[in-house]
Design a binder for this molecule. Structure first.
Ligand SMILES: *Cc1c(COP(=O)(O)O)cnc(C)c1O
Length: 392
């Protein structure tokens, strides 16, 4: 199978882990019928798990009704999703696209259109692979092969001191993830986001939050900036980028603007053919509607708590720390064993992700229950044996 992949595909590692055939809830099966507990969910995408009836029904019905119309026309699902995202975020207006990186492209264009030259981003951040989003991604190994990129972005250490030193009236925007998912689920320092809001407001710079991974209930609030005390009370971000979980597996991205940030791009400045089409937006409406109906935000909080309590009880000597919030979980390891642990887990029938050489990332469906968590803890404990074998 890896030969077939190698001969037919480019840009990804030539040996995919498994060839998957179908899924149901938090379970997937490969082409040989082997079952896996999926604690990655397509990287925080399959919010309702696999083949959820609400998702299946929404895609099927809308495909049979009206799939695509172009942005010369509006559609009911599109307007409903824009209104839903406004209600859930507290934002003012929405731009639709098809992926996370495209949402960040639109954010970068907003920043540039302010006329100010500087964009501040953080070291170890990840905002996507297209050239604008890549320009503000704080991982030199991803950026350098494609330089020169956009001039202007500066990458700061994630400290309030560094931000205070860098901010000024020539800064268009500060861009950041509330939790750095691709870096291995790294939390911001306590109080950082709130201070970032104050400083950007003082200097008239936009605060652009990349909630592509943390949004849609994943962290135990609808959006990570809504956690108690995350922002100074009564304040909002200027722009929030969304994708991944909002479509539950259907490709969609969205950029939510708050207040005047939504007036910066003028008609004709930006657009995309598929953005906000009825098929994508009807599906996202159904997914977000089900997250609301079933209180999966509360479930993310509860199950995240159960995972954290279970890992604490385990007190495994190879675990250094547990980061993230809700069902976005980072597990720090004492050494570069993450790939070995993830590979061992897969052999045992558990999908987790080595997001950094010494950090495991979990992002299971928001629908998981106690039994799924207990099964995860059992399999993960077994997989941790890979740290001992590689360290001894
Ligand atoms: C996944 C991700 C992106 C890029 O999204 P794509 O849909 O892969 O283009 C950007 N920012 C963050 C924080 C992400 O997790």
């Amino acid at each position: 199978m890896s030969d077939r992949f190698r001969e037919a595909m480019f840009s990804y590692a030539p040996t995919p882990l498994k060839v998957l055939a179908r899924g149901e809830g938090a379970r997937v099966w490969d082409v040989d019928g082997v079952e896996y507990l999926d604690f990655l969910a397509g990287i925080a995408v399959n919010a309702l798990g696999h083949a959820h009836p609400v998702f299946v029904d929404a895609v099927s019905r809308q495909a049979a009704t009206l799939a695509h119309v172009s942005n010369y026309f509006a559609s009911e699902p599109q307007l409903e999703l824009a209104e839903r995202l406004k209600r859930l975020t507290g934002g003012t207006s929405v731009f639709f696209c098809n992926s996370g990186t495209e949402a960040m492209e639109a954010a970068v264009k907003i920043a540039r259109r302010t006329g100010r030259p500087r964009i501040l981003a953080l070291e170890k951040s990840f905002h996507g692979r297209t050239l604008g989003a890549l320009s503000i991604t704080g991982k030199p190994a991803l950026r350098e092969p494609f330089e020169p990129l956009l001039p202007g972005p500066e990458f700061l250490p994630t400290t309030v001191d560094a931000l205070e030193a860098a901010i000024g009236d020539d800064v268009a925007a500060l861009v950041l993830e509330p939790i750095k998912g691709e870096a291995g689920v790294l939390d911001l320092p306590e109080g950082y986001l709130a201070r970032a809001r104050e400083l950007t407001a003082q200097h008239g710079a936009l605060l652009i939050l990349d909630e592509i991974q943390t949004g849609a209930g994943r962290t135990g609030e609808w959006f990570a900036f809504q956690h108690e005390g995350a922002l100074p009370s009564g304040t909002m971000p200027d722009v929030v980028a969304l994708a991944k979980g909002i479509g539950g597996g259907f490709p969609i991205g969205a950029l939510v603007a708050f207040g005047t940030a939504g007036d910066i791009l003028k008609p004709g400045d930006h657009g995309t053919t598929f953005g906000g089409n009825p098929l994508a937006t009807a599906t996202a409406n159904a997914v977000l509607g089900e997250i609301e109906r079933a209180d999966l935000v509360g479930n993310a909080r509860a199950m995240g708590g159960r995972i954290r309590a279970g890992l604490a009880t385990l007190a495994h000597p190879a675990i250094t720390d547990v980061s993230g919030r809700g069902l976005l979980v980072g597990i720090g390891l004492t050494g570069p064993w993450a790939n070995a642990v993830a590979a061992r887990a897969l052999e045992l029938g558990l999908i987790v992700n080595a997001a950094a050489e010494d950090r495991i990332r979990l992002a299971p469906p928001l629908t998981i229950d106690d039994a799924d968590v207990d099964r995860f803890l059992d399999l993960f404990t077994q997989a941790l044996a890979a740290t001992e074998s590689s360290s001894s």
